[in-house]
Design a protein around this ligand. Structure first.
Ligand code: PMP
Length: 467
């Protein structure tokens, strides 16, 4: 028996028990192994779905061009479908993605435009903006926009969800998955919850993404967004395909834990998989450990493993890359508290009140020789002022000196725990703020804060000899 087209081989991927990593739990822990798809990832399911939807709606005509922003895997899925159906492909991606992913897209005959990672989504250089512009400029172009296209989550509702239900004979009790566009988790979760409303859905997010915090608070917090290495999961936008109401709990995983778990999957399970797989499994094991008392042998937990290790040979599976990024060594002992202790000055933070004038704030900053200052309303951190922000405000409106700080302040600096480890502290300080507030407790139980800047970190690292 043969397949008429490569597209007919998409889906029906195997469900495999995690024999080693899952053995310490009373429940059954299974992995949905998506690298068995012909393009090597879960995203093959949506490539063909979005193209067929566009054909049906007359948005894509014979000889047309598909333009999409992709971390790589959706591009492969679209490219395979485009080959089978005779379309041209142009993809935008970011310089964060591994070179293997770009090579794969070019191998499928696609044109690839690599855009900078660390620019805002609405910046003209971002891979979202460049894709949208190319789609406007190229005649006959179709821009699927996987983030918002309903055929994305729908493809998982139609295929991934039913496969999980059938392969477990309806016994699945927990679904654990990371989210980029949110198509996988939302589509599969919607199907499974329709079949059995008791199915629990656990989302896994990398630190540096906005999703977990948005799920917890309903607020979009810019301060949660900072660069991280894990590819394909987590976002700095809210994708239309991400349905937070279907997620029952969220866990976060740092890059180092993700990379090490990805390698363990290859070595201990024979599953040669990608980074987001390591993240999802690390998150799942963390969640299962925390809920061990409530688990029984009837529970069947499925973790989605989105893609293949071949896409990360030059990164996670390369010792030099792992070492360079600090992902190999044992967990560093330095914490935010340690950096403050090394600085030696533990008096409280210098802050300004939202009702102060800009002139008063400038005076405070000058008197203490500081270039940024938190804005605090009593115990609450409500904003921040930086030298740079104040300067551009004064240039724009010289009479701004009399304005209230509340009217001109920027987002608050990120607030972190004293026990935050070095790697996550570094990630925060890589962001645009360049400083964080370390939360402690004053004698009376009220919160107290200390500011920690990039130069504090440099001084502490130089003193400890740690990297
Ligand atoms: N892992 C990887 C490697 C991916 O490329 C993606 C898609 N960006 C995901 C996970 C997340 O899938 P989804 O977009 O369906 O949330």
């Amino acid at each position: 028996m043969w397949s008429d087209s490569i597209l007919d081989t998409i889906g029906n991927t195997p469900l495999v028990r995690l024999q080693t990593l899952g053995r310490d739990f009373p429940c059954t822990v299974l992995a949905k192994v998506e690298f068995f798809n012909p393009g090597g990832s879960v995203k093959d399911r949506i490539g063909v779905a979005m193209i067929e939807d566009a054909e049906a709606k007359g948005l894509l005509k014979p000889g047309g061009t598909i333009v999409e922003g992709t971390s790589g895997n959706t591009g492969a899925g679209l490219a395979i479908a485009a080959i089978a159906k005779g379309y041209r492909c142009i993809f935008t991606t970011t310089d964060k993605q591994s070179p293997e992913k770009v090579d794969v897209l070019r191998a499928f005959g696609a044109e690839v435009v690599v855009c900078p990672t660390n620019v805002a989504p609405d910046d003209v250089r971002s891979y979202y903006s460049v894709a949208a512009r190319l789609a406007r400029e190229i005649p006959g172009a179709f821009y699927p926009n996987q983030y918002d296209h309903p055929a994305n989550a729908e493809a998982h509702y139609r295929t991934t969800g039913p496969e999980l239900w059938d392969q477990t004979d309806g016994r699945i009790t927990h679904l654990v998955a990371g989210a980029g566009t949110g198509g996988t988790i939302s589509g599969a979760a919607r199907y499974l919850k329709e079949k059995n409303p008791d199915v629990q859905v656990v989302g896994v997010d990398p630190y540096g993404s906005v999703y977990a915090e948005y799920w917890r608070t309903g607020e979009f917090k810019e301060s949660e967004i900072y660069p991280y290495a894990t590819e394909g999961v987590g976002e700095d936008i809210l994708a239309g395909n991400m349905d937070f109401s279907l997620v029952d709990d969220y866990v976060q995983v740092d890059d180092k834990t993700t990379m090490q778990m990805t390698r363990r999957l290859a070595r201990e399970e024979g599953l040669f998989v990608g980074q987001s797989c390591g993240m999802a499994v690390a998150g799942a094991l963390d969640w299962l450990g925390a809920h061990r008392d409530r688990l029984t042998e009837d529970d069947v937990v499925v973790v989605v493993l989105p893609d293949s290790g071949f896409r990360y040979l030059s990164k996670t599976y390369d010792d030099e890359w792992m070492r360079r990024n600090g992902f190999l060594e044992a967990t560093p002992s330095l914490t935010a508290e340690g950096v403050l202790a090394a600085r030696g000055r533990t008096d409280g933070v210098i802050a300004v009140a939202p009702a102060s004038t800009l002139a008063q704030a400038i005076e405070t900053m000058t008197a203490h020789g500081i270039s940024q200052v938190p804005v605090m309303d009593g115990d609450e951190v409500v904003g921040s002022l930086s030298e740079r922000g104040v300067l551009s405000r004064l240039i724009a409106a010289p009479d701004a000196r009399g304005q209230a700080v509340a009217e001109v302040m920027a987002e608050p600096l990120p607030v972190v725990d004293a026990a935050l480890p070095l790697d996550r502290l570094t990630a925060h300080l890589d962001g645009s703020a360049g400083a964080v507030l370390v939360r402690g407790e004053a004698g009376d139980g009220a919160p107290s804060y200390q500011i920690l800047t990039r130069s504090d970190l440099i001084a502490a690292l130089a003193a400890s000899g740690e990297r």
